[in-house]
Structure formats: C-alpha cells, structure tokens
Design a protein around this ligand. Structure first.
Ligand code: DGL
Length: 282
C-alpha cells in the first residue's frame, strides 16, 4: 500500500494547510482494540489506519510488566516500519504497564487509553464514585487509579479485575448466558457507582451486560469515543491531519491468524468481509 509519506502544503484562499496522509497505527493484543478503531473510523473517515493485533501473544492481561513492555515495543516498531504518523495503544494493559516507559523512545506521538480518559473524567463534576473493570495486569499496575487521582484526589474508586472477559471476547462469547453471568459475578459490589470505566478495550463488547448491572444513570465509559476526540485535537495541533478528500483505507495485521478475529471483527464492524494479513515481526 502506498501512502504519501511526506507532509505537503496546500494553499487555498491565502491560507496554508499542512497535510499528512501517512496512516495512524493502532495496537492491541487482539480484537479488543477494534472497539477503539470503530470510534476512530467513525470520526476520521479520511484517515488511513494500520491495525496490529498481537494475537500470537494474547492474552496480555496475565503477563508480567517486563513481558508487556517487550511486546509493546515490538508492536510499535512494527508499526513505525509501516511509516505511521502516530500510534494509539488501544489496549489498557499495554497502556498501564508500558506506555510511560516507552513513549519517549520513538519519534512519533504515542497515545494510550488512560490519560485522555482521566482528563475527561476530571471535567465531570457529577462523578464522585467510579468503578474500573480491567485485566489483572492493568488493575495490579494501578495505572487507572493513579491517573484518575492525579486529576480528582477525592474520587472514590473501586477496582475490579475481570481476567475471564478478554479471553471470552476472543472466543466470540460476548452475548451468551455465560458472558451475562460472568459480568454479573464481576460486578458484585459495583452497582452503586456514578460511572464505570471499561478499562480493557475488549470490554465494550459486553456493554449491554455491564449496563444491566448498574443504575440507569451510571455512565458506562467506552474509551474509544474519548480517544477519538483526543486524537482530533492532537492531529490538529501537530498538523498531522490527512487531506479531507482522501478516503481512508484500513489494513489489519495479526501476529497469528489462527483465531476468531475475522468473524468477531465482521460482527463488531458490521462488515461482510474483513481482510487480515500475517504480521511478520523481526
Ligand atoms: N485489550 C486489552 C486491554 O485493553 C488486552 C486484553 C488481554 O490481552 O488480556 O487490556
């Protein structure tokens, strides 16, 4: 796939615009990051996107911090070789365990899902008690709680790790009785909250079950929508927007293609066909 790798200037009505048609890179351990991709694609129909799912190393949630840092670096380096202009780590586990360590090692902006969401919550005065559901690694890292308390020191936070949910999502078990009961079990003690952060990008696939477990006015926070808003500002600030006339292309790479990725992606993105490529990592 050919991308215009260079910024070019466009003069119109005496104004100068700088455009950059290089793709945006996205990274997750599997299908979860597609919940973020979906929101980004909605907001940026003209951006090219390269999505990498590290299905060979799934799940990330049960791995050590060292391992997650290593895998995240490999994913980022794969995307940088594809000449991406920015990277979204569409994975709570990689964001919470690796982003701080690696973000300054590379010459392009790298965005995770936690900081933009913490800023969003900081603005919401009605949120004083919040639940966070995420993988075991994410909860252990305290990444969400630290970021939230940084903006709202008095926030009442309840953490809950839900280690079964991401593997169930990779299996396509997101709308059956087992998924419903599993969410119910994990949500014990989390009913009376103002907001619930779906702190793992696989979890929006269970949104309806999470909704059923909370009060009607509890805000269920899907990080994808927040990241899409954040990206809009970031691309504008850094003069990285692609030309508006372009139609965005998506390329998906997986480190192992023996998985249910395609069928889950078809359902989530409401598409008849999804093409995936085998990612060859160094
Ligand atoms: N989607 C991921 C997250 O947001 C990873 C789940 C996993 O690989 O365990 O945490």
């Amino acid at each position: 796939m050919f991308y215009n790798a260079y910024k070019y200037h466009n003069y119109a009505k005496g104004m100068r615009f700088i455009m950059d048609n290089r793709p945006i890179g996205m990274f997750d351990s599997g299908v979860g990051g597609l919940t973020v991709y979906k929101e980004i694609r909605k907001k940026f129909p003209n951006e090219n996107i390269i999505y990498l799912g590290d299905t060979k190393s799934f799940p990330y949630g049960s791995k050590s911090k060292e391992n997650i840092i290593d895998l995240t670096k490999k994913g980022i380096e794969f995307l940088i070789k594809k000449d991406v202009k920015a990277i979204i780590i569409a994975c709570g586990t990689a964001t919470s365990q690796a982003l701080d360590v690696i973000k300054d090692l590379y010459p392009i902006p790298i965005i995770g899902i936690i900081e933009p969401t913490a800023r969003y919550i900081a603005e919401k005065t009605e949120i004083s008690k919040i639940g966070i559901v995420a993988t075991a690694g994410t909860i252990r890292s305290n990444g969400w709680a630290n970021a939230l308390l940084n903006y709202k020191p008095n926030l009442n936070i309840i953490n809950k790790s839900c280690p079964l949910l991401a593997p169930m999502a990779e299996e396509g078990w997101t709308d059956n009785e087992i998924a419903k009961l599993t969410v119910h079990e994990y949500m014990r003690g989390l009913q009376d909250i103002d907001a619930l952060i779906l702190g793992c990008t696989h979890y929006p696939l269970f949104t309806n079950f999470f909704k059923n477990e909370t009060r009607e006015n509890t805000e269920i926070i899907n990080t994808g929508t927040i990241i899409a808003d954040y990206l809009k500002t970031m691309l504008g600030d850094k003069l990285l927007n692609s030309s508006e006339s372009a139609r965005g292309n998506t390329e998906i790479f997986l480190t192992d293609t023996e998985c249910n990725f395609t069928s889950i992606a078809q359902k989530l993105l409401e598409k008849n066909t999804i093409n995936v490529n085998k990612a060859v990592m160094d």
